[in-house]
Design a binder for this molecule. Sequence first.
Ligand code: NAP
Length: 254
Amino acid sequence: MPHLANTNILILGGTTEANALARAVAARGLNATYSYAGRVDTPRPQPLPTRIGGFGGVVGLSAYIRDKTVTHVVDATHPFAAQMSRNAIAACADTGTALVALVRPPWEACAGDNWSRVTDIEGAVGALAGPAKRIFLAVGRLHLDVFAAQPQHHYLLRLVDEPQHIPMPHADVVVARGPFSGEDDMALMTRHDTQLVVSKNAGGSGARGKIDAARMLGLPVLMIDRPVLPTRRECATPDQVLNWLAHSGVNLGV
Ligand code: NAP
């Protein structure tokens, strides 16, 4: 069983929940590293030693875990970061390292919501066949290219960094970093005459504003379901992760 002195936690981050966990882990003086993929120009500073960039697949992550003698991996990546999550499962199995995923529950439609659901990004692209609409496409920079297959629409894109290239002919870009409130997103969508919102089912509160705004404005949402991952241990909150660490022998020092 690892104790405080030889505990070495790797947090796979890039989410609000990972940031909250990093604060909790740092506050307890635990030995941990925060890992970013390096997707945004200026990642948020963390109260933990931080590394940036891919590991090099399962082999690279396994090697990193061995080299750094990582004792616990917390996969706190976004629910749509499926490749990283699969790699974490495989590398932890290879190296015999304890793994937990910090996963926020998906959003559930409630009264007044008008959702159509698709299983993946490609399904969303297919569902956009038809006459031109004004669409708030809230899927992140990495998935924009595939929507060029539906060039008839006018897209509102909200991105963390100014994009170097916009693959669709009609688009407005808003550069902003969440969290976003329902009121803010209602104002944004009203200003842009939005008729449809396309969203990944990210869960959590930071990106929920557009879903609340769509309900308040009576607009439909095309909701992309989460990728399905192999079974793994999951926690819903940073506190649950701390409990898991304590149960796996880590002295939390409180
Ligand atoms: P992905 O498709 O699952 O991962 C692709 C590759 O990026 C991974 O195989 C890994 O490269 C590298 N990578 C991903 N997350 C990493 C991390 N935290 N630390 C080090 N390397 C990482 O991931 P993604 O969807 O592009 O997401 C990338 C990052 O953005 C994640 O940190 C995620 O939490 C965050 N994010 C994603 C979304 C989304 O909608 N996908 C939304 C908000 C934030 P190697 O194979 O070389 O190790």
